[in-house]
Design a protein around this ligand. Structure first.
Ligand code: CAO
Length: 415
């Protein structure tokens, strides 16, 4: 079966996490992704966080599936000449260098347009135009600058970063959408364009409900869905909301049987209004169905802590899976706190290709997260990441570089 992006060629100049996430998604959708890496070294993540001496790290392999790798020193004139051929050959150039690196290499937007007016140039940067545009940025910096850290954690603790890589992988996901949109627009304009995703913007986009709350707070001085209500104080900025959703259906993380020894014996419980009566029956508080202090969502808001403490007395008698099973019989929305160990072993995730076992010639079998985007006519087959320069000869031959020229490039340490 064909793939959604069959025929699209990506010049993948990305490294570390944000850019590689984007190009891996495009590869999974069927694009031919040619990863260009520095000769001799490659993407720095090949050697970071290694668990096996001398073997590409899981960090690298899990972000670079379904790609081809070529080595090329793009600072040497012969390397630049090859890069020019690649620019003419490909549809999209994706990069996440520090600001200005591509220009310093001699590949400005103007130069790329001269070489290939149809080329789409897609970039991840830490910040968009403004005071910080020259700064280098990593994941947690973006989480802090994009509004996530100030709104994550508990009221009495410091700002917190989250394990979800919303700055890197989140921005890579935004960039992939921008690239696909630019490819679509190119069909009618015949021209390429630049696509920019700043990590700060990507994180803020994912935190937009908190900007909503900022404006609600400014208007009313209080947010009744937050745990600070009714006994705590609100300042002028959106506070950290602990495990509260802050949304229209209050939720909280509560203990389940075994919590004393298992750090993940917890359940997220949502007191969804339409099933309030069911909740009351399950936890044995039928009187709350009609009690005016508990019968309506507004009446419950100042009592949420007591509500969740009472529900917790019930969940502490069940494992998180028993509680989940029982609550779902009554359509009560909830979710177990699943550890990575549990997710890795979950058969249904293996069955859908969300968790995949891959074989690698040097490391052997390992688990990875497959494509979370499922297209019925474009299924994803996860292929192992390439070894450094594994496809250099193959790609250069496709570009029309002769065997003698390839040899000369190798002797000059350009590839
Ligand atoms: N041949 C020759 N030179 C190459 C090359 C190649 N194939 N590939 C890269 N280089 C050069 C670049 O031209 C650049 O050279 P100059 O600085 O002399 O112009 C140099 O390698 C280093 O690039 P860099 O500055 O991007 O790398 P870094 O390790 O210093 O910084 C990072 C890393 C991530 C902080 C920075 O790239 C960045 O801010 N990127 C944008 C934001 C981003 O994506 N951050 C998320 C990273 S994932 O956590």
């Amino acid at each position: 079966m064909g793939k959604a992006l069959d025929g699209v060629r990506i010049l993948d100049f990305t490294h570390v996490q944000s850019g590689p996430t984007c190009t891996q998604l495009l590869a999974w959708l069927g694009a031919d992704v040619i990863k260009v890496e520095r000769a001799g070294a490659g993407d720095i993540t090949r050697e970071q966080l290694r668990d096996i001496e001398g073997v590409d790290s899981l960090y690298f392999t899990m972000l670079n599936h379904n790609k081809r790798s070529i080595t090329l020193d793009t600072k040497k004139p012969q390397g630049k000449a090859v890069l020019e051929r690649l620019v003419k050959h490909c549809d999209v150039l994706v990069e996440n260098f520090a600001p200005g690196a591509l220009d310093r290499m001699g590949f400005t937007w103007e130069r790329i347009q001269q070489l290939n007016p149809k080329m789409i140039v897609a970039s991840v940067k830490g910040f968009g135009p403004g005071p910080y545009e020259e700064c280098k940025v990593y994941e947690n910096v973006a989480q802090c600058a994009g509004g996530s850290a100030s709104t994550t954690g508990f009221d009495d603790g410091p700002p917190l970063v989250t394990g979800a890589q919303i700055g890197d992988s989140g921005t890579g996901l935004h960039l992939a959408l921008g690239i696909v949109a630019a490819l679509y627009q190119r069909k009618s304009t015949g021209r390429g364009q630049r696509v920019l995703c700043a990590m700060q913007d990507g994180v803020l986009n994912l935190c937009r409900v908190k900007l909503r709350d900022q404006q609600r707070l400014a208007r009313t001085g209080v947010m009744k869905e937050y745990p600070q209500y009714p006994d705590g104080k609100f300042g002028s900025a959106v506070p950290r909301a602990g495990n509260s959703s802050g949304g229209g259906q209050p939720g909280w993380i509560i203990k389940c049987k075994g919590w004393e020894t298992d750090p993940n014996a917890y359940l997220y419980f949502i007191t969804q209004a339409p099933v309030w009566a069911e909740i009351c029956k399950v936890i044995g508080k039928e009187e709350w169905i009609t009690d005016p202090d508990y019968a309506t969502p507004n009446a419950r808001l100042p009592r949420l802590k007591h509500v969740f403490d009472t529900i917790e007395k019930w969940t502490m008698t069940k494992t998180k899976f028993e509680a989940m099973e029982e609550l779902n019989k009554h359509d009560i929305p909830c979710g177990p706190i699943l550890s990575m160990e549990e997710l890795a072993a979950e058969p249904s995730l293996r069955a859908t290709g969300t968790v995949v076992e891959v074989d690698h010639p040097e490391r052997g079998k390992y688990l990875t997260v497959g494509n979370p985007i499922k297209l019925s006519d474009s299924p994803t087959e996860v292929q192992r990441s390439p070894l450094l320069g594994e496809h250099t000869n193959e790609v250069l031959q496709e570009l029309g570089v002769s065997a003698a020229e390839i040899e000369a490039l190798r002797t000059a340490k350009v590839i």
